[in-house]
Design a protein around this ligand. Sequence first.
Ligand code: PLP
Length: 395
Amino acid sequence: MGNKDDETHAHRASATEIIHLGRDPFAHHGFVNTPVYRGSTVLYPTLESLEAKSQPYTYGRRGTPTVRALQDALTQIAGGADTKLTASGYQAVTTALLAFVETGDHILISDTVYEPTRQFCDYLLKRIGVETQYYDPLIGAGIATLIRPNTRLVYVESPGSQTFEMQDIPAIAEAAHKKNVWVLADNTWASPLYCQPLALGADVVIEAGTKYLVGHADALLGFITSNARAAKHIERAAGTLGVCPGSEETFLGLRGLRTLDVRLVRHQETGLRLAEWLRARPEIARVLHPALPTDPGHALWKRDCKGATGLFSVILKPVPKPALAAFLNGLTLFGMGYSWGGYESLVIPFDCTPYRTATRWQPEGQALRFHAGLENVDDLIADLDAGFARLHAAS
Ligand SMILES: *Cc1c(COP(=O)(O)O)cnc(C)c1O
């Protein structure tokens, strides 16, 4: 169970902790893992117990021992008061936003937010009369100037999707809380092990467990961890919306948790090796990776994060399209696909121009997002090296 007061615990969950949280073998005949509970109907033994509503489990949608095990573990790791699992990371985003807004509200969303989050604001929240204003992720304490009497929440994502700008969450949270505005943070990049937004001042943390928690590209899962003040809003909204994770997916989240620490160490190491190798290449204009000392967000990353994961971007110097295709199409170890956080390396071209409105996206050439998987880094470098040879041959 998480702490029930509003204090947050700024600590990095240790490798030891994540092995033992959310697990009680002797409650399951000594079997090491919490089993998958499947079920909709939960029986009440007596009329009295039915009327008292005092059972720990009452209905499948409202939670099972498997769900609770993972929720409790994630609450402890994030230093929160409660966690709700969701069917996907995106459902965690939409549930958390709906928990706080009502018609007539104004909300502030970072311009570098995960793109589908924008769609939710621009389509669905707009339809219910909530006004979204996008702000420059580098605004820091300046967010105060954008807060209106009807501003309900500030949404941060640090580093930002695709372009990895670090945000000053403590400065933003301080300004927001002075005006009684909620702070929601999408922490998917760092995962609960490498950043603790609640300790930095956020009220609610949103995570796509699909990425590093599950870690094997075989399940969708999300979670929302909140402080005590925010938890009741999340609980109410998630319950009302009927948000619940799948049983198997929850089990895969619990299983992923056990190896999260070791996997992240490798993702980080390989990501940094690749980023540094790419930075030294003549074909690259810029590398966007907050753990590189030359990155504009490095000081904030160092202050706020305990590590870096394997996702970063680069901007190529201009090349003709066939050269880009020759580079990408011939890669044997890097797959092209949108989700990430699994064991395999990935690369995807992107262009933020259509979905940046408060800032201007002006890359020097084609932007590519890389995910460093768990392969041998020298093999990955050789694959990229051969790719650049093809790129030159096709230029
Ligand atoms: C992937 C992602 C999500 C959504 O997660 P899904 O499980 O794919 O729905 C949300 N936020 C960020 C930052 C992401 O990268």
